[in-house]
Design a protein around this ligand. Structure first.
Ligand code: ADP
Ligand code: MG
Length: 607
């Protein structure tokens, strides 16, 4: 084949493949243009999930006829005054969004600079000019995209359900709105309002307006020309998916692995591995420090000194959370036990990830702390020298004894009858300390109970033990979340959770699985909706049930931090002994660990 220069309409279509993937990406480009034009109000209207029509209207500086014609030309931009690609202060600069969109849809631009007498309309229909004429329009700019991908069926096929496409648009608009508190935003779909943010006085006010939680602390930290501000959600407000993380670099929303990795690192020992913090973080730095021109949609960035950025984020989040009194007590303890384990057991490793209960009289070390590397999330575990951590053990208990004195008489039954021993007390309102005939057992009460609830939900799957609520409870969610729950109502009913849609954003709960009586239904439904988003429709029913059951179980469990009576502790231990898989929680972490008598003796030099 001879080499040929590609015709411009093909070049535009190829570029469109990078810039306009779905309705949300077109919305992003159009809203960014409105922001670059200094708009104070931006309205986005979708019809038919955005493929029928996207309209973005603003009150910005507008364009005159000559500018309109240039705007739809390739590589025409008003935003790159010089040649320095690092000195970019606007969203745009590539000058390819409008021509790209115009090559895969019918693009109508109506614009009028505020001081101009009248306005102008320009229509480009799938790459060809269809109208270029004066029009009676208000000041500002209205751009509509009709029939996106209608002539490119291959692209249309790649779109997800209307619901997912709308959800992606909401996410896009929310991210942009967070970074521009002074601008009022409104988003409608088929005439219904999905998002509304009035102009806010400052960034924190806007972020709180749009963030999924109010349980958050302010972040404000600067070092070496880098600054991080925003809000960090408390561990208790964590979510089952990472979608509620909003990251911005110099006001630009980004989805960047380096940044989200740093966030994960900062929360590593505060959250279970499958929980994700809610954060909105704004990194500011000199524009020479960051390259935004790595990705056509400009959602990824490259930093001159990635390590410094990571360190800054971790320090800033740690400080903010520390100041709020959030401390990883539990894991310090586990790290210490790790070291203890290594020092007493050498390199012996329990290979199984689902340890068997210790058999009576057997020499098993039960749920060895180092088993299967499951505790590798504890950051200090690997590097610390063996014995110094015995001191950490004390630190983990905060040096103030939190163990509750034994006030009830110990049950009379001889301990050897029970593989998990008899409860002797509780530490940090989180761990049960039990004495077995051959050693000391520590149980994570939340993890253990969560597994018990899950197993009971599974056992009842065929005929769920459901409990009707005397007063049905109404839970308000955002609309896509309510949509997802409604769409999966059958799955949930199979587990005993009976829901009904109630208006646009409300869900009526009529019955709950018996194992979940008393659970916080708002938190439960929020997590379930997240879960359904993460493991949506393609999952087999069985698998979906499992995910849902696991999420439910988490909510039905005794939380860490609750004081238990000895009788309650013993009941939990006995139930664990009788329940399959009780050695690990639903997330695969051990629910209990054991220090065998022999190990204790070695530790104290008695052997
Ligand atoms: P870029 O934003 O990279 O410059 P675009 O194709 O998105 O490229 O837009 C081309 C040009 O059209 C912009 O540089 C800007 O001058 C003009 N423009 C686009 N949208 C608007 C708007 N809403 N208000 C005013 N001018 C606009
Ligand atoms: Mg642009």
């Amino acid at each position: 084949m001879p080499i040929r220069r590609l015709p411009s309409h093909l070049i535009d279509r190829i570029a469109a493949g990078e810039v306009v993937e779905r309705p949300a990406s077109a919305v992003k480009e159009l809203v960014e243009n409105s922001l670059d034009a200094g708009a104070r109000r931006i309205r986005v209207e979708l019809t038919g999930g955005g493929t029928t029509r996207i309209l973005v209207a603003d009150d910005g500086q507008g364009m005159d006829p000559a500018e309109l014609r240039l705007a739809v030309e390739r590589h025409a931009t008003s935003k790159l005054p010089g040649d320095d690609l690092l000195a970019i202060h606007s969203f745009g600069f590539r000058g390819e969004a409008l021509p790209s969109i115009a090559s895969v849809a019918r693009l109508t631009l109506e614009s009028r600079p505020p001081r101009a007498e009248s306005g102008w309309r320009l229509v480009v229909d799938n790459g060809s000019m269809a109208e270029d004429a004066p029009a009676a329009v208000p000041p500002g700019t209205r751009i509509s995209v009709d029939g996106l991908f209608a002539r490119v069926p291959a692209r249309l096929k790649f779109l997800k359900s209307e619901r997912s496409e709308v959800a992606a648009v909401i996410d896009t608009v929310r991210r942009l709105a967070m970074a521009h508190p002074m601008v009022a935003f409104e988003l409608l779909h088929d005439g219904r309002r999905l998002l509304h943010a009035a102009a806010a006085p400052d960034l924190p006010a806007r972020v709180l307006d749009l963030l999924a939680t109010r349980d958050a602390v302010a972040v404000d930290f600067a070092r070496d020309g880098l600054a991080l501000g925003g809000l960090a959600g408390l561990p208790a407000a964590s979510r089952g998916i990472a979608d509620h993380q909003y990251l911005f670099v110099n006001g630009r929303p980004v989805k960047d692995r380096l940044l989200s990795g740093a966030v994960r690192g900062a929360y590593a020992d505060l959250l279970a591995r499958d929980r994700h913090p809610v954060v909105a973080l704004f990194l500011t730095c000199d524009s020479s420090f960051v390259d935004v021109n790595v990705h056509p949609a400009k959602t990824e960035v490259r930093f001159a000194d990635a390590a410094a950025v990571r360190a800054l984020i971790v320090s800033a989040l740690r400080r903010a959370l520390d100041a709020a009194g959030v401390r990883p007590v539990a894991l310090t303890t586990i790290a210490a036990l790790h070291a203890l384990q290594r020092s007493t057991l050498g390199d012996r490793d329990a290979a199984s990830t689902e340890p068997a209960l210790p058999r009576h009289g057997g020499a098993t070390h039960g749920n060895a702390v180092s088993g299967g590397g499951q505790q590798s999330t504890a950051p200090y575990a690997t590097s610390s020298p063996a014995f110094t951590n015995v001191a950490d053990l004390a630190l983990g208990f905060d040096l103030v004894p939190q163990g509750r004195p034994l006030t009830e008489p110990p049950p009379a039954a001889p301990p050897q009858r029970y593989p998990l021993g008899l409860a002797r007390g509780q530490v940090a309102n989180t761990y049960i300390v039990a004495e077995a005939d051959d050693g000391l057992i520590l149980v994570d009460q939340h993890a253990a109970h969560e597994r018990l609830v899950l197993e009971s939900l599974r056992a009842h799957e065929a005929a769920p033990a459901s409990q009707s609520l005397l007063m049905p409870e109404v839970i308000s969610l955002d609309e896509p979340a309510a949509d997802r729950l409604e769409a999966h109502a059958d799955t949930l009913a199979a587990l005993g959770l009976t829901l009904e849609r109630f208006g646009h954003t409300d869900i009526l709960v009529r019955a709950v699985p018996a194992a979940l009586a008393g659970a916080d239904l708002g938190a439960l439904l929020t997590d379930l909706a997240d879960d359904l988003l993460a493991h949506g429709a393609p999952l087999a029913l069985r698998e979906r049930l499992d995910h849902v059951a696991a999420t439910m179980a988490c909510h039905g469990s005794v939380r860490a931090g609750r004081a238990l009576s000895l009788a309650e502790m013993n009941a939990l231990l006995r139930q664990m002994e009788a329940t399959p898989h009780s050695g690990t929680c639903n997330h695969g972490r051990p629910t209990w660990i054991k220090l065998a008598k022999g190990d204790l003796e070695k530790l104290f030099g008695r052997r």
